[in-house]
Design a binder for this molecule. Sequence first.
Ligand SMILES: Cc1cc2nc3c(=O)[nH]c(=O)nc-3n(C[C@H](O)[C@H](O)[C@H](O)COP(=O)(O)O)c2cc1C
Length: 171
Amino acid sequence: MARMPFTSPPYSAVSESRAINKGGFKMRKDFGKKTWFYPLPVLIVGSYDENGKADAMNAAWGGIYDQDHVILCLSANHKTTQNIKASGAFTVSFADLAHLVEADYGGLVSANDVGDKLEKAGFHATRSLLVDAPVIEELPMTLECRLVKVNEDGKLIGEIINVSADESILN
Ligand SMILES: Cc1cc2nc3c(=O)[nH]c(=O)nc-3n(C[C@H](O)[C@H](O)[C@H](O)COP(=O)(O)O)c2cc1C
């Protein structure tokens, strides 16, 4: 017998059906279409501008794209986006609790407005040996990436060339 195509019911119908099925079941609550994905790391994307000045910004919208690539969804007007398109490289580190304040600054302030953003944030950078992008010294794990593609919708795809980790997180 031919398989019937699955048509997803409208959100209101799903909610109503959950309400009817209350008795004896552990209830779930529906929130509709959200960009919720937990746990969600805060990525710190490092890049160099045209003068070799390091920048670092927060990105929640990004992650693994396939076996050795990452994807970033960055607004076109960010300094980071312009840097990556020009340099062809970026790094991805992960904000940790110990650097909450520094990481937060990276998401609130743009290097388009504050030239020494990285220093103001309290981060220090050294150049990756493999790609033209900064490694943020305070953050213990970093993906060093080469930009391979800008998708038609503006998403940046980078190949992971190396992962470096501080000894403090290796045991
Ligand atoms: C928690 C957090 C997550 C963010 N995620 C993104 C993101 O995924 N994409 C994006 O374009 N901007 C994101 N932003 C905003 C940028 O980090 C912010 O605009 C930053 O100032 C850009 O810096 P830049 O212009 O120096 O590159 C996020 C901000 C915060 C605080």
